[in-house]
Design a binder for this molecule. Structure first.
Ligand SMILES: C[S@@+](CC[C@H](N)C(=O)[O-])C[C@H]1O[C@@H](n2cnc3c(N)ncnc32)[C@H](O)[C@@H]1O
Length: 214
């Protein structure tokens, strides 16, 4: 973990507060002030180098995207993409997903994306999986009623675990695909990981699940 520490990354993120949101706690419940409009907000948790949020923001100008990534040394590559594309509808947050409730209030977010999340296969690391029960509670607390999680992974173990976790939480399964990779489905943005797995002909597992708010 220490190897990932690059002080210049923090400086660069601070240099571009229009894209990399500083002190995000001040915008809890007021994200329209950041974007200058009240378009729906979709977040990607574990955005890595930001290919997905940047591609989605280009394709969907009436949706606001926020990429969330714990490592500054990684998210700085997402910043480079956004600077180059000069996109007004995508922002970055360099924070740990465990802390999201400090930055988002109920109804702030319409959809959560989880793409190729780290599988953390050891049982003792279960709590780090982004589909662990405590993370589902965090997502529920920031989503609109009936908000959705869209999940895709190459990892069968993580996929099976996540389906069980969604079900245990009482979520509804809206869509599931166990097909061999088909990148051409409507609206798909391939990330670096997806391109690599797809080139190898690996299976990609996808699902969309919804919180039940009665
Ligand atoms: C395997 S990468 C996938 C990146 C991107 N979604 C993609 O498809 O290219 C997973 C990313 O999630 C980030 N991540 C893992 N746990 C996180 C957490 N608790 N909070 C924020 N980011 C996290 C990792 O640092 C890593 O960059």
């Amino acid at each position: 973990m220490r190897l990932r520490y690059k002080p210049w990354a923090k400086d660069k993120l601070n240099e571009y507060p229009q894209y990399s949101i500083q002190q995000p706690e001040q915008y809890k419940g007021r994200w329209e002030e950041v974007f200058g409009n009240d378009h729906p907000i979709h977040i990607e948790v574990g955005t890595g180098k930001g290919q997905f949020v940047t591609g989605m923001a280009k394709a969907n100008p009436h949706i606001n995207y926020i990429g969330i990534e714990v490592y500054e040394s990684v998210i700085v590559s997402a910043l480079d993409r956004i600077i180059e594309a000069d996109l007004p509808n995508v922002k970055l947050l360099s924070v740990d997903a465990n802390d999201l409730s400090k930055f988002f209030a109920k109804n702030d977010v319409e959809r959560v994306y989880l793409n190729f999340s780290d599988p953390w296969p050891k049982v003792r690391h279960e709590k780090r999986r982004l589909t662990y029960q405590s993370f589902l509670k965090i997502y529920e607390d920031l989503l609109i009623d009936g908000g959705e999680i869209h999940f895709k992974t190459d990892n069968q173990g993580l996929f099976e675990y996540s389906l069980m976790s969604f079900s245990k939480y009482g979520m509804l399964l809206k869509y599931i695909s166990l097909d061999l990779h088909q990148s051409d489905y409507e609206g798909n943005i391939m990330t670096e990981y997806e391109e690599k797995f797809s080139a190898k002909g690996q299976r990609i597992y996808r699902c969309e699940v919804k919180f039940q708010n009665d």
